[in-house]
Design a protein around this ligand. Structure first.
Ligand code: DAH
Length: 335
């Protein structure tokens, strides 16, 4: 008996020497001290022993079981201590500090400026209905303006919004007049992707509704945003434009900061970038939002956040922005 118990201890120690994993040690534990282990068997057999043997072996078997348990527990403890070593926080790690994405930065800068001017920031839906994306914005089903904004139509009858302009309607419905809101977000179009076209890009919509609003205020707001975000008095030009949801409509262009106005692929060799279209809100749009155009008027604008980010950080290939490729993106690290 003594020999067998001694052997059990030695065997256990040898086995533990070969193991490094906690899970394996736990298996060994159940093999050597578990319910079906040899030592448990010996303990159970005590009851059938003579009184003399019971006295002789009882405490010996019990003590051996305790010793076996101690040996395994010690091994488990050792493993736990060892694994702590690999998280030694005194080690000198070289941790790269990340930074915000260029579009996130620009979106925050623009919304901060608008918030100072009293605008509320709202967030719309990337999956939108045709009604909010087109119809309520005075773009009926067969209107040619839909061709310019082909998008991804979903099986559930919804679409991926082509513009943040639908949030004009959501906001009028929600807040009524008077109103000052802006809505930054992701927009989509069915585009062939190249250096200046993406199927996924970012815009921010702005809308002011009140009594006696003038176009001068719109131009002021747009110029202010560009001046502050681009950190310079950029040269801008205003052209008449066409959008079904504003009348009159304008296009505010800024001189291309990538080529300095000389002409490059990004500005389609014109020296100018269309960056901030807008205009006075069409009466049909006000009506769709439940606002009486006889009492209120207002302006709206849509800024291309992706374009502004490209101008600000002189990014000449739009694909970089959605690539998720840190080797490119960290070149625009802003702290
Ligand atoms: N949603 C238009 C676009 O994506 C931009 C736009 C033009 C927004 C005029 C407006 C606006 O609010 O008044 O091309």
């Amino acid at each position: 008996m003594e020999k067998e118990l001694e052997k059990l201890k030695e065997e256990l120690k040898d086995k533990l020497k070969e193991t490094k994993k906690e899970a394996d040690i736990l298996n060994i534990k159940s093999e050597y001290v578990g319910k079906k282990s040899r030592i448990s068997e010996l303990l159970t057999s005590l009851k059938d022993m003579s009184v003399e043997d019971k006295r002789k072996y009882g405490s010996l078997i019990n003590n051996t079981k305790k010793e076996l348990e101690e040996i395994v527990n010690k091994a488990i403890e050792n493993i736990a201590n060892q694994s702590n070593v690999s998280f030694d926080d005194t080690l000198d790690y070289d941790i790269e500090v990340g930074s915000l994405h260029p579009i996130t930065i620009v979106a925050k800068e623009v919304t901060d400026i608008l918030k100072r001017m009293g605008f509320t920031v709202v967030q719309g839906f990337e999956m939108e209905s045709e009604y909010y994306n087109f119809e309520a914005l005075n773009v009926p089903k067969d209107h040619p303006a839909r061709d310019m904004q082909d998008t991804f139509y979903l099986d559930n009858g919804m679409l991926l919004r082509t513009q943040t302009s639908g949030d004009q309607i959501h906001s009028m419905e929600k807040f009524g007049a008077p109103l000052r809101v802006c809505s930054p977000g992701r927009t989509f179009r069915n585009e062939d992707v190249d250096a200046s076209h993406e199927n996924t890009f970012f815009q921010i919509e702005g809308m002011v509704i009140d009594k006696g609003i003038s176009i001068e205020s719109l131009i002021y707001v747009m110029k202010e945003i560009l001046r502050e975000v681009l950190h310079q008095d950029v040269e801008v030009r205003l052209r008449p434009g066409f959008f079904p949801f504003t009348e009159p409509s304008y296009e505010l262009d800024c001189s291309c900061l990538i080529c300095g106005g000389k002409g490059c692929p990004t500005c389609k060799h014109s020296g100018w970038i269309e960056i901030a279209p807008g205009g006075m809100v069409h009466p049909n749009v006000l009506r769709a939002g439940g606002i009486d155009p006889e009492v209120y008027n207002g302006f709206a604008f849509g800024l291309g956040l992706t374009r502004i980010a490209m101008m600000k950080y002189k990014i000449n290939d739009i694909r970089v922005l959605n690539s998720g490729d840190l080797r490119y993106l960290e070149n625009f690290k802003i702290n």
